[in-house]
Design a protein around this ligand. Structure first.
Ligand SMILES: NC(=O)C1=CN([C@@H]2O[C@H](COP(=O)(O)OP(=O)(O)OC[C@H]3O[C@@H](n4cnc5c(N)ncnc54)[C@H](O)[C@@H]3O)[C@@H](O)[C@H]2O)C=CC1
Ligand SMILES: N[C@@H](CC=O)C(=O)O
Ligand code: NA
Length: 430
């Protein structure tokens, strides 16, 4: 039976995501009420710039005082789509203290301080949901937290940043320049307020931290995630990948160690074979593989960024949180009981593509091969291209520890015949 008294919702932020949340809450009000069992009322919208015209947003609901809004006392759910650490963290904490549950899309905050936020929610009998924080519209947080709660997840691997995937896709398929592609991604609402977060891999690293924590039932913060962004990827890397039958993607990879005693989490560009399903993920789409003991391999795919897709995930959480409120219950909180430590990047084992500029004279190849052998890194293939006394040597290795590869590269740089290390890229998905 439908409750007539509405559940009151405060919306913090009315930008790309917030404006879509407000629009869908208004246009789908009847369906939302039927699905929840009570009407949901948008009771206030906190904005920073009230002068900005927002189509379809009732002017009387708009305020610049977000703190007063979350302290009102009659708010059941706060939706935080401001982004960043402060004031978002303070507002969420205040919301819990005043009895509200919280839905957030803020990966930066959850990856930095998720444990404290979960503790605050639990202390006040409230919910903290953040499906939109990882891979936009794609259901991933709740499937990991709930549907896979009976299984043992060993690996999560995928593309979790729409902006960088959009840039790489445009560079690869249309030959667009990096800045042009980034501007387009920003105009389409995919990029963060500061797109450095996207291109330097901070956004993907935040998502990797959240995924690793939930998947392995431990605590992982963004500081535990090895991070390399897109800015070092050159057109030559992309061309070299093509020659190998590969493409370049920015990947997030979270793994349980073979002995089960630790986990790793990393974000970096990588070459993947064109035959791998991740190679065909275009534009701002995301795709994530989850590998677990009982289920085997699962693939999650869909729009990873953009106002309406992200609002879809926010509204899904809103419905869940409202249902919990009506039932007088809360959903699952933090599950970090395994306390598995996060190992450093040096312990990660994978394959590498290394491009060296070398002198084109006899014996160089043997010298280079010896350095690899001395560091225990086995070579799979070597390709050499010479011009004007200089040559480019492309080495692809078998699987080796990241620390061994770093020492190898350090020793290669010491060789007189090695003029420079043009690029080092990991090779994944084989
Ligand atoms: N745009 C996207 O595709 C996705 C965004 N997200 C996350 O959603 C959140 C919001 O992102 P967008 O909507 O894209 O950003 P946005 O920059 O378009 O919107 C944020 C809005 O919050 C407002 N704001 C800032 N401080 C405020 C304050 N103290 N009080 C009230 N309003 C304030 C800003 O003026 C802005 O309008 C971020 O955490 C972002 O990481 C998550 C998934 C996808
Ligand atoms: N900037 C992010 C938005 C969604 O999380 C991205 O590009 O993926
Ligand atoms: Na999601």
């Amino acid at each position: 039976m439908m409750r007539t008294r509405p559940l009151k919702v405060a919306l913090l932020g009315c930008g790309v995501v917030g404006s879509e949340v407000a629009r869908i809450m208004t246009t789908h009000a009847d369906d939302l009420a039927n699905r929840i069992g009570a009407p949901v009322e948008l009771a206030g919208i906190a904005v920073r710039r009230p002068d900005r015209v927002r189509a379809g947003v009732p002017a009387e609901l708009v305020t610049t005082d977000a703190t007063a809004l979350v302290k009102r006392g009659d708010i059941d759910v706060v939706i935080e789509v401001i982004g960043g650490i402060e004031p978002a963290r303070g507002l969420i904490t205040t919301a819990f203290e005043h009895g509200a549950s919280v839905v957030s899309a803020n990966k930066a905050l959850v990856a930095a301080d998720g444990a404290a936020l979960h503790a605050a929610a639990e202390a006040h009998g409230a919910d903290l949901y953040y499906e939109a924080a990882v891979a936009g519209a794609i259901p991933l947080v709740r499937p990991l937290r709930e549907s896979l709660a009976g299984d043992k997840v060993n690996r999560v691997l995928g593309i979790v940043n729409g902006t960088t995937n959009f840039i790489l896709d445009k560079m690869d398929s249309t030959g667009a320049g990096y800045s042009e592609a980034l501007d387009e991604a920003t105009a389409l609402g995919y990029a963060e307020a500061d797109p450095t977060a996207d291109v330097e891999g901070f956004d993907a690293a935040a998502k990797a931290a959240i995924l690793a924590g939930i998947a392995f039932h431990t605590r992982v913060t963004i500081d535990d995630v090895h991070r390399e962004g897109l800015t070092e990827v050159t057109a030559a890397d992309i061309a070299s990948a093509k020659r190998m039958g590969c493409t370049v993607k920015l990947l997030a990879i979270c793994e349980r160690a073979a002995d089960g005693a630790s986990v790793t989490a990393r974000v970096h560009p990588a070459m993947i074979p064109l035959t791998h399903p991740l190679a065909s993920v275009r534009e701002a789409y995301n795709a994530v593989f989850v590998e677990s003991d009982a289920a085997g391999q699962l693939m999650f795919y869909g729009p990873g960024a953009g106002g309406a897709p992200t609002a879809s995930a926010v509204l899904g959480d809103l419905v869940a949180v409202c249902r919990n409120k009506l039932a007088g219950a809360t959903g699952p909180g933090e599950s970090a009981y395994t306390r598995l430590p996060v190992s450093p990047m040096g312990e990660v084992v994978t394959r590498y593509h290394i491009s060296l500029d070398v002198a084109d004279k006899p014996g160089v190849l043997a010298q280079v091969a010896t350095i690899f052998a001395e560091h225990g890194v086995s070579i799979d293939t070597v390709r050499q291209q010479g011009k004007d006394g200089e040559a480019s040597l492309v080495v692809v290795t078998h699987r080796a520890a990241d620390a061994a590869l770093s020492s190898t590269v350090g020793a290669l740089r010491e060789l007189d015949t090695v003029r420079g290390v043009a690029s080092i890229m990991r090779v994944e998905g084989e």
